[in-house]
Design a protein around this ligand. Structure first.
Ligand code: ADP
Ligand code: 5GP
Length: 207
């Protein structure tokens, strides 16, 4: 079997619980690496440069684009976000499954570049719960929350592009389900082309 890691794209409405889920996944299992994105948005209280994001100015971000240093990038509610190439490649080569927690425009760019990437969409059990979580997080103004809810309305239209939906109701159950989905994905024929070719080559020797 193929020991290389796979790219796992995780998208979902802001406030669905992606960040919380990713932290748990990384803590519980040691086969995952979380890609650290670059962004032009300001750090939230408690966020550190180089841990949650590489926080940078618009000029610095545009330089990264010009140098072809990103696998994908997108504008989300007025700020740039993008995936630096280097870290992702190093971790894949080391056999880790690399998780890209990115929004839908970026997810579709990754799907085009890496057709074997696994695309997961995280949703809360209801819109009421989504708003409750966004407000409960207490990190955004009412105006930003409203912008993110409207964005969720658009994003809901794109769910069909994903391979699996992940419903984040009970956190513990959801983390386990996510791990199972990712591990099962390793066994898809599209992610084991070399192995299949090897078996076919052996079979072709049969008389
Ligand atoms: P996202 O990264 O998708 O924007 P967060 O991980 O920041 O979302 O979660 C938004 C809020 O919802 C946080 O306050 C978090 O503690 C809470 N939350 C996450 N998952 C659950 C869950 N399964 N049940 C209840 N609250 C949750
Ligand atoms: P937040 O500001 O809440 O941390 O993130 C806002 C949105 O940007 C989320 O939907 C998150 O998944 C997305 N995002 C974070 N990093 C990237 C990235 O590198 N590329 C893209 N396209 N989206 C990202």
């Amino acid at each position: 079997m193929n020991n290389k890691g796979i790219i796992v794209v995780v998208s979902g409405f802001s406030g669905a619980g992606k960040g919380t889920l990713m932290k748990e996944l990384i803590n519980r299992y040691d086969n995952y690496a979380l890609s650290i994105s670059a962004t032009t948005r300001s750090p939230r209280p408690g966020e550190e440069n180089g841990r949650e994001y590489f926080f940078m100015s618009k000029e610095e971000f545009e330089k990264l684009i010009a140098e072809d240093g990103l696998y994908e990038h997108a504008c989300y509610v007025g700020n740039y976000y993008g995936t630096p190439k280097k870290f992702v490649q190093e971790k894949l080569d080391a056999g880790k499954d690399v998780i890209l927690e990115i929004e839908i425009q970026g997810a579709l760019q990754i799907k085009k570049k890496f057709p074997e990437a696994l695309l997961l969409f995280v949703t809360p059990p209801s819109v009421e719960e989504l708003e409750k979580r966004l407000r409960g997080r207490g990190t955004e103004t009412d105006e930003v929350i409203h912008g993110r809810m409207l964005r969720a309305k658009e994003e809901g239209q794109g769910i069909d592009e994903y391979d699996n939906i992940v419903i984040n109701d009970d956190l513990d159950t959801c983390v386990k389900q996510m791990h199972e989905i990712i591990q099962a994905a390793h066994f898809a024929p599209s992610r084991n082309k070399e192995f299949i070719e090897g078996i076919r080559a052996q079979l072709s020797e049969l008389k």
